[in-house]
Design a protein around this ligand. Structure first.
Ligand code: PLP
Length: 394
């Protein structure tokens, strides 16, 4: 089947204009102090996609609609089999059906895992710049402990093992949230990197939560090794989801995988029932979604190539590095020698393109670097970069 990713769907207007990404640029603009912005903004900030999900899933959800009863729902065995099947097939990662724990979204999963597996006042380590788990950690009364990744100066990031070891040696720090593939840097950590991190954590009794929600979106030829497969299940919990892969984040279906018998958490105090739509979408996605995800990866690969090429030619002083996984591209504008405010004004205010600034991922990072999610129809992305390039042409 040929899948359509070029269609531009208006997510700003009715009907169904509930899009967080397209309806909420104000919170980003307020944070950055941008007062005036053009009407026709292009939103490339939040990590969701402007593509319809796979037609196979839509068809199955339509059949569920026709069934017409949307009562309290239980996760059937076919759901567990679909999840296990997907990871065995696509990531060569085998786990038991009983290792799957449903949570309503990855944020909620992480917030609950923090509460369940750490104590008040303890620290949770994150490798920054990183997707924001602040809220999940701090609202539970735990400390958010930032360990800087090493930037080679061109937006390629590696792990600072000495800094990680030091943070882990502090016995107040009892959990590491590992983001793999890493958002926003786009790194897919390799076997050696994962093993060294696991070794440091285990020697220091730091539990690892590996957030792998971006693991199905990879550049062509890029391998991905789930951390649990690379390092074994001991003291490790993985978060997986259809949310990013199939643009189903609104259904909030996250599957936490716990294979270490000592960590199994039955009765540890969290229970939530998924919607029938969420259950059906997961079964459908994981049983029927392979071809769509392969086509999506091809499209995203081309988006990244086309945008990097465009940036190379038209924003020659900007630095970018081709991400290994996910669909985020970090663009460093510091080569233009402008103040933080001026960079923000040109991109957000004048070009009307909403991105996520470096501040969003690391409060020491300033606003010279911005993340663009390249998960939209190509024409829209090119329009966004044309507008930005025009503002940096002088
Ligand atoms: C690495 C990572 N984890 C978790 C989330 C949030 O996931 P969910 O929508 O499942 O809560 C995001 C969203 O951007 C993300 O990038």
């Amino acid at each position: 089947m040929k899948y359509e990713f070029d269609e531009i769907i208006d997510r700003k207007r009715d009907p169904f204009s509930f899009s967080f990404k397209w309806q909420s640029p104000d919170y980003i603009l307020n944070d950055l102090g941008v007062k005036q912005v053009r009407e026709d903004v292009i939103c490339l900030e939040t990590a969701d996609m402007d593509f319809k999900t796979a037609p196979e899933i839509i068809e199955d959800l339509r059949a569920l609609c026709d069934h017409g009863i949307f009562g309290y729902s239980l996760i059937p065995d076919t759901y567990r089999e679909a999840v296990c099947g997907w990871y065995a097939r696509r990531q060569n990662w085998v786990f038991d059906k009983e290792d799957i724990y449903y949570y309503p979204g990855t944020h909620e999963a992480i917030a609950q895992l923090v509460k369940q597996y750490t104590k008040q006042g303890e620290g949770v380590i994150v490798l920054v710049p990183c997707y924001g788990y602040h809220g999940d950690v701090e609202t539970a009364g735990r400390n958010y402990v930032q360990v800087q990744l090493i930037n080679d100066g061109n937006e390629y990031f590696t792990i600072d093992y000495d800094a990680l070891e030091k943070a882990c040696q502090d016995e107040k720090n009892t959990m590491l949230i590992m983001c793999h593939p890493h958002n926003p840097t786009g790194r897919v950590f390799d076997h050696e990197e994962l093993s060294r991190v696991a070794d440091i954590c285990r020697r220091n009794k730091v539990l690892i939560v590996s957030d792998e929600v971006h693991s199905d979106i990879l550049r062509k030829g890029q391998d991905f090794e789930p951390m649990m497969k690379a390092c074994g299940p001991k003291d490790l919990i993985a978060c997986t989801a259809v949310n990013k892969t199939f643009n189903l984040a609104g259904l909030a279906m996250t599957n936490v995988i716990i294979s270490d018998p000592d960590l199994k958490q039955e009765g540890r105090g969290f229970y939530s029932m998924p919607s029938p739509f969420g259950i059906e979408a997961v079964i459908s996605a994981y049983n029927k979604g392979d071809a769509w995800v392969d086509a999506l990866n091809d499209y995203v690969d081309s988006n990244i190539s086309v945008c990097m090429d465009y940036i190379g030619k038209n924003l020659p002083k900007a630095k970018v590095w081709r991400p290994e996984g996910g669909y985020s591209l970090n663009i460093d504008f510091s080569g233009y020698g402008l103040s933080d405010e001026e960079v923000v004004e040109r991109i957000y205010g004048r070009a009307g393109v909403i991105l996520n600034s470096g501040l969003f991922f690391d409060d020491t990072r300033g606003t010279q670097v911005h993340r663009a999610c390249l998960s939209s129809p190509r024409a829209l992305l090119l329009e966004a970069f044309e507008r930005i390039a025009k503002e940096f042409a002088d």
